[in-house]
Every structure is written in structure tokens, then in C-alpha cells.
Design a binder for this molecule. Structure first.
Ligand code: NAD
Ligand code: TYD
Length: 350
């Protein structure tokens, strides 16, 4: 019997993790703790939010007494920590928001766990979900392994790197059992349309320019979000305590090549003439400190836990586009801001 606190469960990746755990493990109690910032959307979980083993707590990880209350009230046995400010461009404009949530919030959560589990720390797990961006930028060759030194370049990656260090330090100093995974760029259903793929899908639907930063030759390693959730489930249950796992799909794409594939698939699905969406591609001013290339070496999780991605990028991208076509209301609610009313609607009488 486990009572698992999943933070950030109303966000993009968190909602997939919550859905997987709630449906796959009916004997577990899943407590989704989320502040519902602009990125948190309970509509992401409307298909499972009536499940008897699902609970929602609208709590900010900066609120220490509330964290303590949640640990006590739900008798939390394990944590899967995803709550974070997650967008690099926002971190360039408002770095302190990232310091507070990603660093201070993570330390608050570590303290709450350490305090509540103090009688038998070894029977619990603090799983910290992190990013490959902590490793910095690669040149044309090579991969990030679990032993690549950290070299974060953006306020976002610096805050995630710091939170990773705190988690490891709590393991070393206080004996708090932990596991960390560092994943590459995710894409898929419920992706907030400020990130490259959902933004461009939305802009193609609404016939707006596709703003490609700089020369478009930046490279990212893309993973379907459901495969990330499956990896998190595996690492949570089978990963070695106090270790790190890199998660990625050996799936590198230069931004411009990805955008052209997206345009091609969208044109086919929309019945457009080939090249219609390519005409929307617009090169714009580069992001400051833009990391040139990310690429994950996912050998460890593959060899130790038998994980590998289940879909090719072409399949995953096609499924993602279909999901956005089928869920225009979700997209409209997010782009209009109406999604924030869902909480009041769902929870006004609870
Ligand atoms: P997201 O921005 O979609 O969701 C973040 C969630 O955290 C939201 O629901 C938000 O309401 C919540 N949140 C933010 N601040 C909070 C606070 N102070 N207290 C409580 N809740 C708060 O992010 P995502 O893309 O789903 O990423 C989830 C995690 O995975 C993050 O830790 C991120 O660093 C990591 N990650 C993301 C990617 C990616 O490609 N998106 C890749 C690797 C790792
Ligand atoms: P993004 O989805 O923001 O993820 P991250 O910065 O965490 O990798 O961006 C993915 C890549 O796409 C990155 O190289 C920046 C680039 N990009 C654009 O070219 N235009 C855009 O409008 C956005 C949002 C991103």
C-alpha cells in the first residue's frame, strides 16, 4: 500500500504520470499536489478525476505548513516531484520565479518528507524529475551520460541543476532515499502551447507565423510524453536508490527539420497543398544563451530496466497532431485562459 504524492500533476508531464499511476495501480492512493499556475490545468485529468484512488490538493510548494498538512493528512509514503516552472523563455524574463519554485520549493518538499518519514526513512522514496538541460550544451557530437558534469546555461536549467544537487545532498547528508531522472524534450497530448511543438501546431491551425529562433539549427532530442511516464513508473519501482537515470529516445532533430516534418504532416491532415504551412516559417531573433544541442545516452535505463521508447517520432508526432485536432476545445480553453475556471467549476462544492 502506497500513498504517493505527485507534485505538478496538473501540468503536461505530471498529468500523464498521474493518469498512469491512478489507472495502473488501483491499490495506491495518488495525491496530486499542484498550485495551478498558468501551466496547471485540471482539464488534463478530467477522464480520471473521479477515480476513488485519486485526490487533488491545490497547494503551492512554497507553503510549508500546507505541505506538512498534506503529508500528515494523506500519510504520504513516497514523492514523485514534477512541480516546477518549466519554460526557458519565461526563466530569461523572470529568473526569481524559478529560484523560488524550483529550488526553494524543492527544498521545502525535501524537508517535509524528511520530517514526516524520520522514523523509518529507508522505507520511503523521493523521486525527483529533472531535465537533460542541466548538462548544458553539446557540440556536434557526443551524448549526455549520467556522469556528464553539470553545466547549466539558462536560469531554468540552473534552477533545475540546483534542485538536483539539493536532492542528492539530502540523500548524502540525511540518508533520504532518492532517485533522479534527467529527461530530454517531451512532446504529446496536453502540451502547453508556449513550447515549440504545440505552439506551432496552434499557429498552423490559426494560420499565424511559425517563429523559428536564430538559424533554426539548434538540436533537441524528442521523446513522446507517454514513454516518459512509462520510464518514470519503471524508475520509481525498479530504479536503484540514490542513483540517476537519463531518459531519451535517441531521437535528435534540428529545429528546422522538425518544423518542416510538422508542416508536412499538418498539410497532409488538413488537405492543404504541399508547402502551404512551410510558408508560415519565419526566422526571428535568437533566444539568449540558446543551447546548441542536447542528446541523451539512454543506455543505462535501457540495459538496467529494459526501457525503450514505444513509438517513432513520426508516429508520436502524428498522434500528437491528431490529439490537438480532436481536442480543439482544450486548446481554445488554454489559449483563451478559460481553463483556469475549470477549478472553480469542479471544486466549488467540495
Ligand atoms: P509544466 O509547466 O507543464 O507543469 C508544471 C506544473 O507544476 C503545473 O501544473 C504547475 O501548476 C505546477 N507548479 C508550478 N509551480 C508550482 C508551485 N510553486 N507549487 C505547486 N505546483 C506548481 O511542466 P512539464 O513540462 O510537465 O514538466 C514537469 C517536470 O518535468 C518539471 O520538473 C520539468 O523540469 C521536468 N521536465 C520537463 C521536460 C519537458 O520537455 N517538458 C523534460 C524533462 C524534464
Ligand atoms: P522549447 O519547446 O521551448 O524547449 P527547450 O527550450 O526546453 O528545449 O524549445 C525547443 C527548441 O525550439 C529550442 O531550441 C527553442 C526553439 N524554439 C523556437 O525556435 N521557436 C519557438 O517559438 C519556441 C517556443 C522554441
Amino acid at each position: 500500500m502506497k500513498n504517493i504524492l505527485i507534485t505538478g500533476g496538473a501540468g503536461f508531464i505530471g498529468s500523464h504520470v498521474v493518469r498512469l499511476f491512478v489507472t495502473k495501480y488501483p491499490a495506491y492512493k495518488i495525491i496530486n499536489l499542484d498550485a495551478l499556475t498558468y501551466a496547471g490545468n485540471l482539464e488534463n485529468l478530467s477522464d480520471i478525476d473521479q477515480s476513488p484512488n485519486y485526490f487533488f490538493e491545490r497547494v503551492n510548494i512554497l507553503d510549508v505548513p500546507e505541505l506538512e498538512r498534506v503529508f500528515n493528512e494523506h500519510q504520504i509514503t513516497d514523492v514523485v516531484h514534477l512541480a516546477a516552472e518549466s519554460h526557458v523563455d519565461r526563466s530569461i524574463h523572470s529568473p526569481l520565479d524559478f529560484v523560488y519554485t524550483n529550488i526553494v520549493g524543492t527544498v521545502n518538499l525535501l524537508n517535509a518528507a524528511k520530517q514526516y518519514w524520520k522514523a523509518d526513512l529507508e522505507n520511503h522514496l523521493f523521486y525527483h524529475v529533472s531535465t537533460d538541460e542541466v548538462y548544458g550544451a553539446l557540440g556536434a557530437t557526443g551524448f549526455f551520460t549520467e556522469s556528464t558534469p553539470y553545466h547549466p546555461n539558462s536560469p531554468y536549467s540552473a534552477s533545475k541543476a540546483s534542485s538536483d544537487h539539493f536532492v542528492r545532498a539530502y540523500g548524502e547528508t540525511y540518508g533520504l532515499p532518492f532517485v533522479i531522472s534527467n529527461c530530454s524534450n517531451n512532446y504529446g497530448p496536453y502540451h502547453f502551447p508556449e513550447k515549440l511543438i504545440p505552439l506551432f501546431i496552434n499557429n498552423i491551425i490559426t494560420k499565424r507565423p511559425l517563429p523559428v529562433y536564430g538559424d533554426g539549427l539548434y538540436t533537441r532530442d524528442w521523446l513522446y510524453v507517454k514513454d516518459h511516464a512509462i520510464a518514470i513508473d519503471l524508475v520509481f519501482h525498479k530504479g536503484k536508490k540514490d542513483e540517476t537515470y537519463n531518459i531519451g529516445g535517441f531521437n535528435e532533430w534540428r529545429n528546422i527539420d522538425l518544423v518542416k516534418l510538422l508542416c508536412k504532416q499538418m498539410d497532409e491532415k488538413l488537405g492543404n497543398q504541399p508547402g502551404t504551412s512551410d510558408a508560415l516559417i519565419t526566422y526571428v531573433k535568437d533566444r539568449p544563451g540558446h543551447d546548441r544541442r542536447y542528446a541523451i545516452d539512454a543506455t543505462k535505463i535501457n540495459v538496467e530496466l529494459g526501457w525503450k521508447p514505444s513509438v517513432t517520432f513520426e508516429q508520436g508526432l502524428s498522434e500528437t497532431i491528431d490529439w490537438f485536432f480532436d481536442n480543439q476545445e482544450w486548446l481554445n480553453n488554454v489559449t483563451s485562459g478559460a481553463y483556469s475556471k475549470y477549478y472553480d467549476h469542479m471544486y466549488e462544492n467540495r
